[in-house]
Design a protein around this ligand. Structure first.
Ligand code: KG4
Ligand code: ZN
Length: 347
């Protein structure tokens, strides 16, 4: 079965074609970075309007690249939340309209489920149960994946998401939007010995995170230095190391507490090489397996939505013909995915 995936939850329009047996067939992406850069952050109304402009051409381009006509689609998957409501409505509207006109099923996909299943796009060796660290611009979560579609949130950020902290600290350091990749580049020249920033909430039990205190610590450090390019690089390095260590400590604790032997880390912040390295170190020490999506599937994309949608459609799930989008949506409320026939064979 061919499934078209549509992602419009934030500042990237992603479209992909996934086949239940062949795997990922084609995918295209349009990033709105240039559109939002002059404002130093995402402007929701501009994001929605740009998704409207891009989504149909991207669907055409994806189908053309694949050499597959629309009438061969077996289903459509779109991101229904969480995210910016206007942006989500674009994907929901085109997803439902196209499915209606082609008389095929359509399924709503949870954006974070897309992220956490993304490593399965490229390997057949990953299956639940596993632990997932989800780190994006809007979320920081440790999730116990008991089975496909069965998620228990073990811990999350009580204030800023880790990507949000990267973006805000990048702004303080005079870097543009998006902050995460720019901060990582700056940190490359930083001296790791110069500053030592706190590892928030690692000295007390529990699996929740907090990044706002670390952010304030960075602000105070910037205020107390001369702000030469080297000062800024050293601060970026200390911040990135503190975040990577904090995530590593919590993942190690969660692996120990749950007894799980597999860690998946996903979401935009997982593109960060220092974080990838720290997670590789702690999983190796714990004798656990680590699965990370390749960089282009860490940040938002249509492929992960097409894949998650394919699993749900193959399990017989579909939406009623009513457009639904949710700015907030708990992962724990999703229905389980119980494979029926023709399950996807990823990897
Ligand atoms: O998953 P994603 O593409 O969108 C959301 O669902 O939010 O994540 C975007 C977040 C942004 O905060 C961005 O700054 C961060 O991921 N990010 C990074 C890196 N690449 C993207 N943070 C740190 N290092 C990176 N290399
Ligand atoms: Zn995302």
């Amino acid at each position: 079965m061919y499934v078209l995936g549509i992602e419009t939850s934030c500042d990237e329009t992603g479209v992909a074609l996934y086949h239940s047996r062949q795997g990922l067939v084609a995918h295209t992406l349009h990033s709105q970075v240039d559109l939002h850069a002059p404002y130093g952050g995402i402007v929701p109304e501009l994001a929605s309007r740009d998704h409207i402009r891009r989504v149909v051409p991207l669907i055409r381009q994806t189908m053309n690249n694949a050499g597959v006509s629309l009438d061969r689609l077996g289903g459509i998957a779109y991101t229904a939340g969480p995210g910016l409501i206007g942006a989500l409505l674009v994907g929901a509207s085109i997803g439902h309209s196209l499915a209606w006109s082609l008389d095929i099923p359509v399924v709503a996909v949870h954006h974070m489920e897309g992220h956490l299943l993304a490593p399965m796009l490229e390997t057949g060796e990953l299956s639940p149960p596993f632990l997932a660290l989800l780190i994006s611009g809007g979320h920081t979560m440790l999730v116990e994946v008991r089975a496909l579609g069965v998620y228990r949130v073990l811990g999350e950020s009580i204030d800023d998401a880790v990507g949000e902290a990267f973006d805000k600290v990048a702004k303080m350091l005079g870097l543009g939007y998006p902050g995460g990749p720019a901060l990582e580049r700056l940190a490359q020249n930083g001296d790791p010995q110069r500053f030592h920033f706190p590892r928030p909430m690692t000295d007390r039990p529990g699996l929740d995170f907090s990044f706002s205190g670390l952010k304030t610590h960075v602000m105070n450090t910037i205020a107390a230095t001369a702000k030469t390019p080297q000062d800024l690089a050293d601060i970026a390095r200390a911040f990135q190391d503190a975040v990577a260590d904090t995530l590593a400590v919590k993942c190690r604790r969660a692996l120990r507490q749950t007894g799980l032997g597999t860690l998946v880390a996903a979401g935009g912040v997982c593109a960060n090489q220092t974080i990838r390295r720290r997670l590789a170190e702690i999983t190796a020490e714990a004798g656990a397996r680590l699965f990370l999506p390749r960089l282009e599937f860490c940040t938002d994309n249509g492929a992960m939505i097409a894949f998650a949608g394919c699993l749900r459609l193959s399990a017989g799930q579909q939406e009623k013909p009513a457009i639904q989008a949710r700015a907030r949506w708990s992962l724990e409320t999703l229905p389980p995915i119980i494979p029926r026939s023709d399950p996807p064979h990823p990897g």
